[in-house]
Write a protein that binds this ligand. Sequence first.
Ligand code: ACO
Length: 407
Amino acid sequence: EGPDVIDIRSLYGQSKMFTYDPGFVSTASCKSAITFIDGDQGILLYRGYPIEQLATRCDFMEVSYLLLRGELPTSTQKEQFVNAVKHHTMLHEQLIKFLSGFRRDAHPMAVMVGVVGALSAFYHDAMDVSDTLHREQSMLRLIAKLPTITAIAYKYNIGQPFVYPRNNLDFTENFLHMMFATPTEKYVPNPVIVRALDRILILHADHEQNASTSTVRLAGSSGANPFACISAGITCLWGPAHGGANEACLNMLEEIGDVSRINEYIERAKDKDDPFRLMGFGHRVYKNFDPRATLMRETCHEVLDELGLHNDRLFKLALELEKIALEDDYFIEKKLYPNVDFYSGIVQRALGIPTSMFTAIFATARTVGWVAQWNEMISDPEQKIGRPRQLYVGPPHRNIPDDHGRS
Ligand code: ACO
């Protein structure tokens, strides 16, 4: 801070103390009862339940219910919830026309930002965010329609006809059906593949106040409708430092190409003059193994075994890269471990999902966490409009010169 800064702040009576915390590394923006993370110990709990138990003993619909309602459902509650979600899987034909106005080669995330935001134009009841029933309706719509929008964005991109939802399938089977069925070929679900995608959805469903969730909360704090807020969350998620990391990670593995070139890239990641970072490594909160990465690596083995791809070039490369990085002093000292995105890209690629769709799949999963967090915020009597302060470092108070515009 220079003297000018002090001058102008005292001039306008800004004598209050603010915390200067770039990136909010130590500022809690809210109270939340949804997700707990202990980054030093590598612990992740949804509503108190460890992610390892949820990922192995529950399905995505049960986890969604848990995140939204706070408890795991009984079988009757689950049936009612699943049916309520199924009720909303279709998209308005006008919305499909809207989606079809994009360029075919548009990035799916660009399409998602637009189409999810455009849901606001169809559901006027969503504007009243103070009404609990309207909020509930909007949350179900978002959870149900995201897979449909994601799948349609994919089909549009590859020039295939859209596949409509089949409500006799479960949530994840239906998602795979909409992505992979064609007019000539029915999608036949493989339980290992369905389970793998379901696990990806569970592991990405919520992660407390990450950048995109904080974006959703900040947008929602003004009373904006939930479709617009989730569209803002999708925008934030798109960045390569956040949800775009799994796409960036796979592109990086392709670029490395061969085990013999790993050291070259490790050295680049350590070089402060080189902007290159090892994608899929490091996390703001986890300074120990990301528990989701451990589960994802397990799923990776299961899927590659099932599909007979254990010799997959990129998977072998990823395993070797992980081994070398974990033994490197730089990565040890900075506590950089593989995060969930390190393996989720390889799994998705094995499932036949193209790289450009990875972040859209992440957005589909995270929608549940976003709406749960949004609803928690709206229901909180202490909730205020989000309004961070700043430390002003611009010019001091000055007057426009008398000869302005004349010289
Ligand atoms: N490769 C090389 N160096 C790294 C990496 C990396 N992947 N990640 C962090 N570092 C270094 C930084 O250069 C910094 O070094 P310094 O202390 O010498 O300045 C130090 O480790 C701390 O890193 P920060 O960027 O300050 O940590 P932050 O918490 O802000 O960043 C982030 C976390 C953004 C995830 C970072 O680790 C990163 O960019 N990783 C690669 C992208 C990625 O995988 N993102 C996915 C995150 S998980 C998710 O969104 C689901």
